[in-house]
Design a protein around this ligand. Structure first.
Ligand code: GLU
Length: 421
C-alpha cells in the first residue's frame, strides 16, 4: 500500500503541513477523495463484438469551486493513479488561484488500437456513464494523456444531448469551432516556458548558455521547446515513447516535429551535428542545464536521480519525480520546478475557456497568452519566495502555498476551535 501513487502523492500534503499552521480539520478533509466513481464502458467494436473498458472519475475536493481535471486514456491507468492525479489537480488549481477544485478521469484502453468510430463510441459512453457526476458547475473534464480536442468535442456533444441544450462549458480543450479557446492547445507548454523564463535569474540560467533535454515530445513539451528555442535555448535531446536522440550541437524542434509527424518517431530527425540514438532512460542522464520530463509518472527515481546532470528540472508531466528521487535531487542542489506549477498553464487556460463559454464572448489568442502569463508568473515568484524564507524545496513551497489557500477556504466554514465555543 505504501508504494501506491496516491500514498506517495499524499506525502506531499503531510510535508507541507509541517511548515504552516493549518487546522487539523483541513488535513482530515484533504487526506481522502470526496467522490470516486467507477463504471464499465461496454462498447460495440467494428467487428461486431462487445468489449468492456474500465473507467473512473475522481472528484477529489470541491471546496474552492467545481472540480476540474483531464481524462486519460491509457492501457495501464487504474483507480490509484486517477485518485493521485485528482489530488494533484486540487493543489494545481490552488497554486494558480483558480476558483476550482481538483478531479481526474481515466479509461483503461490503448486508444491507438481503436478505429476512429470505436474511439468516438467509447468517448460518448464515458459521458453517458458519468453524466450525473459531470456538469459546468460540478465537474469539468479536459484532455490529458492520449485524449485530444476532438474527443472533448464528442464528449461535450454527448453531454449537451443528455441535458437537451448546447453546454460547451461542461468540458474544456474543445476544438475552437466548438467553443474551444484560442491558446488552449499550447497552454501547458507555454505556461512551463513562462515559469522557466521568470525563474532564470534565480536559477542562474541564460538562454545562451542553457542546453535543454525534453523527454516525451507530446503536446506539452513541444509548446515549451518551441519558444525556448526561439529565445536562444539549445535543445540537445528529445524523446518519444519509441525512441530518443541526443546531439550536443542541438536541433531545431520545428524540424523534429515535422520529422515525427511523417515518420511517427523522433529518431532520424535532422539535427545541427551528429545525433546519437539512445534509450529514453539514458537520455535523462545526458549533459544539460534544463531537463524537461514531459511524459508520464515515475521517471526520476532513487535509481537514476544521482545521475541527473541538469541544474533545473521543469516537470511538464504530472508526477515524473518520486519522493525519493526528489530527495536525492534536492541534496545535490538540483532545483525541481514542480508539476503543480510547471504544467499549470493547461488548467489555467481551461479556466479561461470555461469563463469564455459562460460569457459567450471569446478572446483573441494574444489576450489568452498574456492573461496566462499574468496568472502564472507571480505564482512562480511567490513560490520561490516561500522556498527561500522556509528553506524548503520548490515542491514543498508550492504545496505550502496551495495548502494555505485551500485550508483558508475549508476553515472559512468553521473550524473545531470555532464550533467548540
Ligand atoms: N490534464 C491537464 C492537467 O493535468 C489539464 C487539466 C484541465 O485543463 O482541466 O493539468
Amino acid at each position: 500500500m505504501s508504494s501506491t501513487l496516491f500514498s506517495k502523492a499524499r506525502k506531499r500534503l503531510k510535508e507541507a503541513a509541517k511548515h504552516i499552521s493549518v487546522d487539523p480539520d483541513v488535513l482530515v478533509k484533504l487526506s481522502h477523495p470526496q467522490e470516486t466513481t467507477m463504471a464499465s464502458l461496454n462498447v460495440r467494436m467494428d467487428d461486431g463484438s462487445l468489449r468492456s473498458f474500465r473507467a473512473w472519475r475522481c472528484r477529489y475536493d470541491d471546496t474552492r469551486g467545481p472540480t476540474k481535471g483531464g481524462i486519460r486514456y491509457h492501457p495501464r491507468v487504474n483507480m490509484d493513479e486517477v485518485v493521485a492525479l485528482a489530488f494533484w489537480m486540487t493543489f494545481k488549481s490552488a497554486v494558480v488561484n483558480l476558483p476550482f477544485g481538483g478531479a481526474k478521469g481515466g479509461v483503461a484502453v490503448d486508444p491507438r488500437r481503436l478505429s476512429h468510430i470505436e474511439l468516438e463510441r467509447l468517448s460518448r459512453a464515458y459521458v453517458r456513464a458519468f453524466a450525473g457526476v459531470l456538469g459546468p458547475d460540478r465537474d469539468i473534464p479536459a484532455p490529458d494523456v492520449y485524449t485530444n480536442a476532438m474527443i472533448m468535442g464528442w464528449m461535450a456533444h454527448e453531454y449537451s444531448t443528455i441535458v437537451g441544450h448546447p453546454c460547451p462549458a461542461v468540458i474544456t480543450g474543445k476544438p475552437i469551432v466548438l467553443g474551444g479557446s484560442l491558446g488552449r492547445e499550447s497552454a501547458t507548454g507555454r505556461g512551463g516556458y513562462y515559469v522557466l523564463r521568470q525563474l532564470e535569474p534565480m536559477l542562474g540560467l541564460t538562454p545562451e548558455i542553457s542546453r535543454v533535454i525534453v523527454q516525451g515530445f507530446g503536446n506539452a513539451s513541444i509548446h515549451c521547446a518551441l519558444p525556448l528555442f526561439d529565445d536562444g535555448y539549445k535543445i540537445v535531446g528529445v524523446s518519444d515513447s519509441k525512441s530518443a536522440i541526443f546531439d550536443p550541437d542541438g536541433m531545431d524542434p520545428n524540424a523534429v516535429l515535422a520529422h515525427k509527424s511523417t515518420s511517427g518517431r523522433v529518431a532520424g530527425a535532422p539535427t545541427f551535428g551528429k545525433a546519437r540514438e539512445l534509450s529514453n532512460e539514458a537520455l535523462l542522464e545526458q549533459d544539460c542545464e534544463v531537463l524537461i520530463p514531459g511524459a508520464l509518472e515515475n521517471q526520476i527515481t532513487d535509481r537514476n536521480a544521482a545521475k541527473i546532470k541538469a541544474k533545473a528540472v521543469l516537470e511538464l508531466a504530472n508526477g515524473p519525480t518520486t519522493p525519493l528521487g526528489d530527495k536525492i535531487l534536492s541534496q545535490r542542489g538540483v532545483v525541481v520546478i514542480p508539476d503543480i506549477l510547471a504544467n499549470a498553464g493547461g488548467v489555467t487556460v481551461s479556466y479561461f475557456e470555461w469563463a469564455q463559454n459562460r460569457a459567450g464572448y471569446y478572446w483573441p489568442e494574444q489576450e489568452v497568452d498574456e492573461r496566462l502569463r499574468r496568472f502564472i508568473e507571480p505564482q512562480a515568484v511567490e513560490i520561490w519566495k516561500i522556498k527561500q524564507e522556509m528553506a524548503v524545496d520548490m515542491r514543498t513551497a508550492a504545496y505550502v502555498l496551495a495548502l494555505d489557500r485551500i485550508g483558508t477556504a475549508v476553515s472559512a466554514r468553521g473550524t473545531r476551535k470555532f464550533f467548540r465555543h
